[in-house]
Write a protein that binds this ligand. Structure first.
Ligand code: ZN
Ligand code: ZN
Length: 266
């Protein structure tokens, strides 16, 4: 390439390429809002750099905050600004699939999705007899998507989705040494915040174990204890299910700290 690198870079930066087709996109203005449209696949890129102020007015409380729920899906498209893979998710308030750059450069809408939004808004207007036109609402919707705070909210949700799911209580119990398992159950049983219904399970187990008539009589060697074992495990599992997770975690953390302390003293 020749030496006019700076000027060339500036030109390249201003030309955004379609995440799917890599074709240069064209700037389009709809309802006063600039969007980039791919001439080949007709998809829409919403770069939200300049539109921070519009968001709070339009996107304040009604649909955005309450319905920002996503199903993250993998996507093959690349961000036109930074070329990292976009993340696809569902914007459920509108049952609309969006793709988002994690570095918060903007959103991608596949071809026809904007038309679908418009159609939805026209329908809503018919139902509600609103004063604003569907086109105006579409413009407000898009400017909402283009705002920085919307992107930040979405990113927060993506981060949450990516955080590892907490381990099941039963798995955490099995990671404890035998003696500590008894300590855990004893402490949970004594904890005033654990629901009474959960606590009922423990005497229930003991009652079954003490019961003279089992499903399988205990005098049959080994097999006779299988049902007792089964009831005990099932009961303890039920007890854990009925115990609030936060309280369980608190006790697990405390036990973990105690085990660590004991091993340090040795
Ligand atoms: Zn395209
Ligand atoms: Zn990006």
């Amino acid at each position: 390439m020749f030496d006019g690198g700076v000027a060339l870079n500036e030109v390249q930066e201003s030309v955004l390429r379609c995440p799917n087709c890599q074709v240069a996109m064209r700037t389009e203005t709809r309802e006063g809002i600039e969007v980039e449209r791919c001439p080949q696949c007709n998809g829409l890129w919403l770069d939200y750099a300049e539109l921070d102020l519009v968001e709070d007015r339009v996107f304040a409380d009604d649909h955005a905050k309450a319905t920002l729920v996503y199903d993250e899906r993998s996507s093959s498209g690349l961000c036109p600004r930074c070329s990292t893979t976009l993340h696809a998710f569902n914007y459920r308030g509108w049952n609309l699939e969006l793709q988002m750059c994690e570095a918060q450069h903007g959103f991608w809408l596949d071809a026809g999705e904007d038309e679908r939004i418009l159609e939805l808004m026209r329908q809503r207007q018919k139902d509600l007899d609103r004063s604003a036109t569907a086109e105006e609402e579409w413009g407000q919707f898009v400017s909402g998507l283009k705002s920085r705070s919307f992107a930040q909210k979405s990113r927060g949700v993506l981060d949450k989705l990516r955080a590892p799911a907490p381990d099941r209580p039963s798995k955490l119990v099995l990671q404890l040494p035998w003696r500590k398992r008894f300590v855990l159950f004893w402490r949970l049983f004594r904890d005033g915040r654990v629901p009474f219904l959960a606590k009922l399970v423990i005497p229930g187990i003991l009652f079954y174990l003490a019961l003279p008539f089992d499903v399988i009589p205990d005098f049959i060697p080994f097999i006779g204890f299988i049902d007792d074992l089964f009831v005990a495990i099932l009961g303890l599992w039920l007890f854990l299910r009925l115990t609030p997770r936060a309280i369980f975690d608190e006790h697990i953390d405390r036990l973990g700290a105690e085990i660590e302390e004991e091993s340090r003293r040795r």
